[in-house]
Each structure stands twice: as structure tokens, then as C-alpha cells.
Design a protein around this ligand. Structure first.
Ligand code: ATP
Length: 252
């Protein structure tokens, strides 16, 4: 059992999001702690991506507050949140296929370091972003593929590259949207051990449909149905929760 004495790194308190008449997310609270993977699971359309989009700042909340390290970031836009250490990966592929793996990472690092007004820093920033990119590739297990053309890699390696690109922005919080989608079993294993390693240095939110994987790596699981949280807790308690079994896990 995890007993948290420290405040969460990222905290969403009763966040809601309405799209016209539809409430996609309603009064959802989640805490992300350094050293933990917090998985958010739920059926299609439950509101998981909308929740991630609110945490990353891509869309504003309709209600509720979001705190990073105790500071209220609810009204900060995505680029600003990224600079404060909130990183995310996407369901869709965001890489430049004709560039090398290292170059893709370097561009992410450079964008995160960007201070357009400080033109005198340009050369220094270039060296710095290259060093950060190499570190990120190393952390994502892609050092050997640095010179490969990104578009020619397997689906699994491309997903690893997306994580590396996110790491190159030097986040403290990682918001990962379905990192296992479309992966074979070997690729899944590689990604799961990568996630286990990443949680040592980050607070991780994992939205994922692969239940076996979720129950293996998550320290905490929040279950959403129709925009609402129906349960949140340690994996054992979620597996045993009758409401979750009826609403979501089915025969599990
Ligand atoms: N920009 C939008 N405008 C209108 N409705 C939206 C918008 N984004 C999401 N929705 C609706 O909000 C609800 C939640 O969608 P969301 O994508 O967050 O679910 P999800 O749990 O991530 O689903 P999936 O597992 O299929 O990715 C859905 O009914 C969806 O149609």
C-alpha cells in the first residue's frame, strides 16, 4: 500500500470539461506522485484523452483546478506548462519521418530550450540540445538507433522515439496516451520495462487499453466511465471492486 506523505507533483482537483451539452469529464480528481505510474483506464469515450488534454494544457478546464508542485497552473497554456515540466506523448505519431532519430530528439530539446529573444544563445543552445537529445535517447533505450532514419523504424521503436522526444523536453511529469497501441508482445515488453525505469525519475500518468500491461506496471489505477471516476486505488483493490467488474473489466 502506498501512503503518501509528500504532496503530489501534479494534482487535478475536481476537473470537468464540457463540449456544448456533453460533459466529457466530470469532477475528476487525480494525483500524480514522483516515482509512481498512475494509470487511467476506461471504455471508449470515457474521457481519458480529454483528461490528459486538460492536464497538459491543450484544452482549458470548464471547472476545477490543476496544481503542479503546489502551484496553481490551471490557467497556464500548454507551452508554459511544458516549460514547467509537464510533458506528454500522443496517440498519433508526431515524428519527422525523413529526419534521423537523434535529429528528431534534438528538435524537441531545442524547442523546449527556445528563448527567441536571446539570439546570442543560439550556438550554445545547439550544443546543449544535442547533449540533452543524446541523454533522452539513452533513457528511452534508443542510443543504438541515433543515426537511423526515424520513418524507417518499426512501430514499437517509433513509439519509443516519441517518448524520447518527450524526455528531451526535460519533463518531471509524463502524460502518456496509449503508448502500447498497436504493439506486438516483444515491443510491449520493451516499452513496459522502459516505463518501469522512467517512473524512478518522473511522475507518470498512463492512459492505456491493454489491461494486462496496466495491472503489471501501475501503482495506482483510476477507472473512468462516461466522464466520471467510479474507482481509484491500488491495482488489487481495483481488480476486486465489484463496480469496476460490472462496468468495465467484464470477465476479468
Ligand atoms: N473536441 C471535442 N468536441 C466535442 N466532443 C468531444 C471533443 N473531444 C472529445 N469529445 C467527446 O468527449 C467524450 C470523451 O472523449 P475522449 O476522447 O476523452 O474519450 P477517451 O476515454 O479518451 O476515449 P478512447 O479510449 O476512445 O480514446 C466522447 O464522447 C467524445 O466524443
Amino acid at each position: 500500500m502506498n501512503v503518501h506523505t509528500r504532496q503530489p507533483l501534479l494534482r487535478a482537483h475536481k476537473v470537468s470539461r464540457r463540449f456544448g451539452g456533453l460533459t466529457a469529464v466530470k469532477d475528476v480528481s487525480v494525483d500524480l506522485h514522483h516515482g509512481e505510474i498512475h494509470a487511467v483506464i476506461g471504455t471508449n469515450g470515457a474521457g481519458k484523452s480529454t483528461l490528459i488534454n486538460m492536464l497538459s494544457g491543450e484544452i482549458p478546464v470548464s471547472d476545477g483546478r490543476i496544481h503542479l508542485d503546489g502551484r496553481d497552473i490551471t490557467t497556464l497554456a500548454q507551452p508554459s506548462r511544458a516549460r514547467h515540466g509537464v510533458g506528454r506523448s500522443y496517440q498519433r505519431t508526431t515524428i519527422f519521418p525523413s529526419f534521423s532519430v537523434l535529429e528528431n530528439c534534438r528538435l524537441s530539446a531545442q524547442a523546449a530550450l527556445q528563448r527567441p529573444w536571446a539570439f546570442w544563445e543560439a550556438a550554445d543552445r545547439c550544443n546543449q540540445s544535442l547533449a540533452i537529445a543524446r541523454e533522452a535517447l539513452d533513457a528511452a533505450g534508443l542510443s543504438d538507433a541515433a543515426t537511423a532514419q526515424a520513418g524507417s523504424m518499426s512501430h514499437g521503436k517509433k513509439r519509443q522515439l516519441e517518448i524520447a522526444m518527450c524526455l528531451a523536453t526535460r519533463p518531471r511529469v509524463l502524460l502518456l496516451d496509449e503508448p502500447l497501441a498497436g504493439m506486438g508482445s516483444e515491443e510491449t515488453e520493451r516499452m513496459l520495462s522502459l516505463l518501469e525505469g522512467l517512473k524512478k525519475e518522473h511522475a507518470v500518468l498512463l492512459v492505456e487499453h491493454d489491461m494486462d500491461a496496466v495491472f503489471r506496471v501501475a501503482d495506482r489505477i483510476t477507472v473512468m466511465v462516461n466522464g466520471n471516476v467510479i474507482a481509484s486505488g491500488a491495482p488489487e483493490s481495483i481488480r476486486a471492486n465489484p463496480d469496476v467488474q460490472v462496468a468495465y473489466l467484464g470477465t476479468h
